[in-house]
Design a protein around this ligand. Structure first.
Ligand code: MLT
Length: 408
């Protein structure tokens, strides 16, 4: 009889967002008239930028000609896209990242999970708590953890609590770890890391020969010029960090799918026999074997993000969503709720009103205001008593959602 991967049986409940969708579906079947507003999953709502659409349409037409047809593309992505990313996202900020070090993919969720393919089983892993659940679940699936305890924490992982008490910045671990997941601007708390804070992490990683997996999917939402957008703005990061980036949240590619991962040349890991091995070569090998690239059409769309029109249109999208975030912050504060984040990130993290835990507040909000958010406890035990609202929706919906919340 075929055997299943027993690691999957260690997973707690469903993946957070399908679980929320299931509960919302059940509610709306029981209350078909309830006008539900979704501020749960961080999925964009505004149309794709015109520059991207124009480029994608032109790419479709090109594929309809013998001369312009493209079959399989390079597994790493087309060089013209990787070059413009290297120049505009990295070199323009003083980061030494070359096109060769950029791998185009269909998402940061996939890349941040798939990266485990090239990392050893014995690594001691640190995650923040709360955390983007993919980092934890992908480690469980890959057999890199023990069983979960009653609070949902898995054996073998080092959890770094981020709460209001420490300003939602991850404390440097007191025990040695080899692999560290960091996400700034942070999902779910909306917190940011300063250059000094990231420098402390890079110093730790270099001293312990550890690897930082830096998720910068929300970097475009940073407006404070003193804050770093990339880990490579930090001295020494090329020796100890891989960075994930995405077109999902800045250019609205959640459905279209395009992202990138930076693996610096010369970034080394250690083999079981003690030999130093370059991670770039392993990731390249993994992608060539298991991935056939992102479609030509989508990569042309992503390239258009870097045109002057594309840049202006993406900025307008970011400004729009951050206008929603400001509105959410303002209205919740006026309602006497403690709010965090939402200033350099599209997520507002709030303290649930007294007497309600995270799922209790979820049910209350859904039942009374027909507004969907995300329970903080779904992101980890230390998220209990918190709740996340996403700024991704139309202005009218955010205004209406806040009107309902205020009237509760
Ligand atoms: C979220 O709501 O946390 C995001 O949608 C996660 C993601 O980008 O996968």
């Amino acid at each position: 009889m075929v055997q299943v991967n027993g690691n999957y049986l260690k997973l707690k409940a469903g993946y957070l967002f399908p679980e929320i969708a299931r509960r919302v579906k059940a509610f709306s079947e029981a209350n078909p008239e309830a006008p539900i507003i979704r501020l749960g999953i961080g999925d964009v709502t505004e149309p794709l930028p015109a520059a991207c659409r124009t480029a994608m349409k032109a790419a479709v037409d090109e594929l309809g000609t013998r001369e312009g047809f493209h079959g399989y593309g390079p597994e790493q992505g087309y060089l013209w896209l990787r070059e413009v990313i290297a120049q505009q996202d990295f070199q323009a900020r003083g980061c030494q990242v070359s096109a060769e070090e950029i791998f185009i993919s269909d998402g940061s969720k996939c890349d941040s999970s798939n990266i485990l393919d090239i990392l050893g089983e014995g690594n001691r892993i640190a995650v923040t708590d709360p955390v983007y659940p993919v980092y934890v679940d992908s480690n469980v699936m890959a057999g890199r953890t023990g069983e979960a305890d009653a609070t949902g924490r898995y054996g073998g992982l080092t959890y770094l609590p981020i709460t209001a008490d420490n300003g939602f910045t991850a404390p440097i671990p007191t025990e040695p770890v080899d692999l560290i997941y960091l996400c700034f601007p942070n999902n779910p708390t909306g917190a940011v890391a300063t250059k000094e804070q990231l420098q402390a992490w890079v110093n730790y990683a270099r001293a312990h020969k550890a690897l930082i997996l830096f998720d910068a999917a929300y970097e475009a939402f940073i407006s404070d010029p003193s804050l770093p957008h990339s880990i490579y703005e930090i001295e020494g990061a090329r020796e100890c960090a891989i960075e994930f980036r995405s077109f999902s949240k800045n250019a609205g590619f959640t459905g279209t799918r395009c992202a990138l991962t930076v693996v610096p040349r010369g970034l080394m890991g250690t083999a079981a026999n003690g030999e130093a091995v370059e991670l770039w070569g392993l990731w390249n090998r993994r992608q060539c074997t298991k991935f056939n690239g992102v479609s030509y059409i989508v990569q042309r769309g992503a390239e258009a993000v870097y045109s002057p029109e594309g840049q202006a249109q993406v900025k307008a999208l970011i400004d729009f969503y951050m206008g929603n975030a400001a509105l959410i912050r303002r209205e919740l504060t006026a309602a006497g709720i403690a709010v965090y984040g939402g200033e350099q990130a599209p997520y507002v993290w709030l303290k649930t009103p007294e007497g309600l835990d995270s799922w209790g507040f979820f049910d209350h909000l859904l039942g009374q205001a027909h507004v969907v958010g995300t329970p903080g406890s779904g992101f980890g035990a230390a998220g209990e008593g918190y709740f996340r609202l996403s700024a991704f929706n139309s202005r009218a919906n955010v205004e209406e959602a806040m009107r309902r919340v205020r009237s509760l």
